[in-house]
Ligand binder design. Structure first.
Ligand code: SAM
Length: 300
């Protein structure tokens, strides 16, 4: 059924069978990653429910598809869900897409899927690109078992989450925005130990795709020095299951003193010890300043 209508036209009411809800994965950068099946489903559906109709409109135009678009996003409430369920029960096939990648994976759709299942509507995945899977597959870290964390919480739960992840044995996959990347990597180094291996997969499938591999502290330092653009996924090797030891304060002081005796400024010493231990540079700078008889006042 492919009659095209504008957003305000009356809907087709088809009573023969309920429609199907298809979760259609779309490219995360490279348009060639759309699947043949996704293109057919997008073309044949009665409605494409999109996170952002402008973003998906461009994708559909690129592939010469003129299926009717309606919006379904993170802030869609119960009413929108009921509306879509009504369309489905009336026999309309609905393709759900997000701006990029697989719907429901750190993207809207999960509540709609639940509601559709509860209403006896068939839900079908149309698999394709997913940043988490693309990133871990090329990471070189263990892929046998992994945990997908999505975005880490930004609230009070964050410390708790990091503490729980510090004893995680499986490889971890985390979504992060590039403007918080360096700080988050430093925070992860502090929580997990600086020597934990990590990979930052950036701009996957795009022109400037990069995979940076190293310890968490090295990755943090790299992105501090070179603030990144675009989108990224952090992949971290699993731990031993033990709470990582924080280097004893006295050992930290010794490391700072050694660095300063070797001619490093308090700022440089703090950076060097941060790389070795995964502790925060600011925290170390404060200790270094106290260890210095004539404390300088460099910004840490
Ligand atoms: N549903 C999407 C999927 O299947 O990957 C994820 C949507 S989530 C809102 C967006 C996050 O995915 C970004 O902040 C980034 O962490 C990650 N991401 C998306 N595209 C990416 C890409 N091309 N390269 C690296 N990370 C990407």
């Amino acid at each position: 059924m492919s009659r095209k209508t504008s957003q305000t036209d009356a809907l087709d009411v088809k009573t023969s069978r309920p429609g199907r809800l298809r979760l259609v994965a779309t490219p995360i950068g490279n348009l060639e990653d759309i699947t043949v099946r996704a293109l057919r489903i997008l073309r044949e559906s009665d409605i494409v429910a999109a996170e952002d109709t402008r973003v998906t409109g461009k994708l559909l135009r690129h592939f010469d598809i003129d299926t009717r678009l309606i919006s379904h996003h993170a802030h869609s409430g119960q009413e929108d869900i009921i509306h879509l369920i009504t369309l489905l029960t009336q026999g309309n096939d609905v393709a759900l897409v997000s701006d990029a990648g697989t719907p429901c994976i750190s993207d809207p759709g999960q509540q709609l899927v639940r509601a559709a299942i509860d209403c006896g509507i068939i839900v079908e995945p149309i698999p394709g690109a997913c940043a988490a899977i693309a990133a871990i597959s090329a990471s070189g870290l263990l892929t046998g078992q992994f945990t997908f964390e999505g975005f880490l919480p930004k609230t009070n739960d964050r410390k708790e989450r990091l503490a729980a992840l510090a004893i995680e044995r499986r490889t971890m996959v985390i979504y992060e925005s590039t403007h918080r990347l360096a700080d988050s990597l430093a925070e992860l180094a502090e929580a997990f130990g600086a020597n934990r291996q990590a990979v930052v997969a950036r701009e996957v499938t795009k022109l400037h795709e990069s995979f940076i591999r190293g310890t968490l502290a090295e990755c943090a330092e790299h992105y501090k020095a070179e603030p990144p653009r675009g989108e990224c996924v952090i992949i971290i090797e699993g731990g031993t299951g033990e709470v990582p030891e924080r280097p004893a304060e006295v050992a930290v002081e010794t490391l700072l003193l050694d660095a300063m005796l070797a001619g490093k400024s308090t700022k440089e010493a703090a950076r060097e010890v941060a790389n070795k231990t995964g502790l925060g540079r600011r925290e170390l700078y404060a200790i270094a300043v106290k260890l210095q008889p004539d404390s300088d006042v460099e910004e840490g």
